[in-house]
Design a protein around this ligand. Structure first.
Ligand SMILES: C[S@@+](CC[C@H](N)C(=O)[O-])C[C@H]1O[C@@H](n2cnc3c(N)ncnc32)[C@H](O)[C@@H]1O
Length: 325
């Protein structure tokens, strides 16, 4: 089993700028690449979070190495506001780790046969349950919204027709039906099952919902000057981060006609106006870095917005997907 190569590590460290005695939350511990680099960059403390028990076990090994500087917590990063300690910065590296993809039995990969699972936290309904239980219209909406799959309707129809005779239980079975419907080559040259697997993974783990809650939680717990750094890997996630930070960094302003301030003050100042992307050299060495986008911001002293996140236009929730179906 290969390890996980951390993506955009120098850029993450620059955006986080860890300082002595700070407490930094690595909300996606994974293989610990970010945590170790942060601990090496400054005499600070790191709290690692991950929902995957395998990642948590790796984190406990790091905690044994550095008991006074590193703590590992098994939890979802949407709950980071439950951390009972003042926090100076939060970093999130959204998505799956190579540890998860490379282990066929976790069911994330269409390249290797394994159970159709995809649960990062190893609990709740699996991808096989979703494929068995959603209606044709729901599956189609899911593949369309979360996978941006053009052939969503045809794939959903084929699945629902076939599952009457035999449930889909293996990754190879699902990859097979997608390839059968849309042909061996996808229209944009990627593996035909890429988008369907991505959509299912996002749904099974409620990845967009988790991210939205984590952004709001970070806003709530970070003090003035605290940093939020997010690396994401596909357009829906990046859109969620971009929309949140754009909304929260918009300064309240009056107009020529109504010069008094309107609306709440900005709760974040952007460090990155445009997303930072990986260098050509990093992409050549690690193709996973190709789609990575880093966005970062510094918390202002303005209060956190009282209302829940509202600005994620265009990123449907699970309920909206069901209703659209
Ligand atoms: C891309 S990997 C992180 C790799 C890490 N930065 C490193 O350098 O090794 C993403 C990790 O985040 C975890 N994860 C994804 N969604 C999560 C969530 N909502 N809550 C907690 N952990 C999550 C996954 O289990 C995975 O281990």
């Amino acid at each position: 089993m290969s390890g996980h190569v951390p993506v955009m590590l120098p850029e993450v460290l620059e955006a986080l700028a860890p300082q002595a005695d700070q407490v930094i939350v690595d909300g996606t511990f994974g293989g610990g690449g970010y945590s170790r680099a942060i601990l090496a960059a400054a005499p600070c403390r790191v709290i690692g979070l991950d929902r995957d028990p395998d990642a948590v076990a790796r984190g406990h090994l790091l905690a044994q190495e550095m008991p006074s500087r590193f703590t590992m917590v098994e939890t979802q990063f949407s709950r980071l506001d439950e951390i009972d300690h003042p926090i100076d910065a939060v970093v999130l590296d959204i998505g799956v780790s190579s540890f998860q993809i490379d282990q066929a039995e976790r069911g994330f990969s269409f390249m290797q046969d394994g159970p159709l699972d995809m649960r990062m936290g190893k609990d709740g309904p699996s991808a096989a349950d979703v494929i068995a239980q959603l209606s044709e219209a729901e599956l189609s909406a899911l593949f369309h919204h979360y996978g941006e799959e053009r052939e969503a309707r045809r794939i959903a129809r084929a699945i629902v027709t076939d599952r009457v005779d035999k449930p889909y239980l293996r990754t190879s079975e699902l990859a097979g039906v997608v390839a059968r419907v849309i042909g061996r080559k996808h229209h944009d040259g990627i593996h035909p099952a890429t988008r369907v697997f991505q959509a299912l993974r996002i749904y099974v783990n409620d990845e967009i919902g988790e991210l939205e809650k984590a952004l709001v939680a970070a806003e709530a717990i970070l003090p003035a000057g605290g940093r939020l750094v997010v690396v994401s890997f596909h357009s829906l996630e990046d859109r969620a981060v971009k929309t949140f930070l754009a909304e929260r960094s918009k300064a309240a302003s009056g107009s020529r006609h109504t010069p008094t301030l309107t609306g709440p003050a900005a709760s974040f100042d952007l460090i990155t106006r445009k997303p930072v992307v990986a260098s050509d050299a990093e992409i050549a060495a690690n193709p996973r870095a190709r789609s990575a986008k880093l966005r970062a911001a510094i918390r202002t002293c303005a209060p956190a917005r009282p209302r829940p996140i509202s600005g994620l236009r265009g990123v449907p929730t699970l309920d909206q997907i069901r209703r659209a179906a």
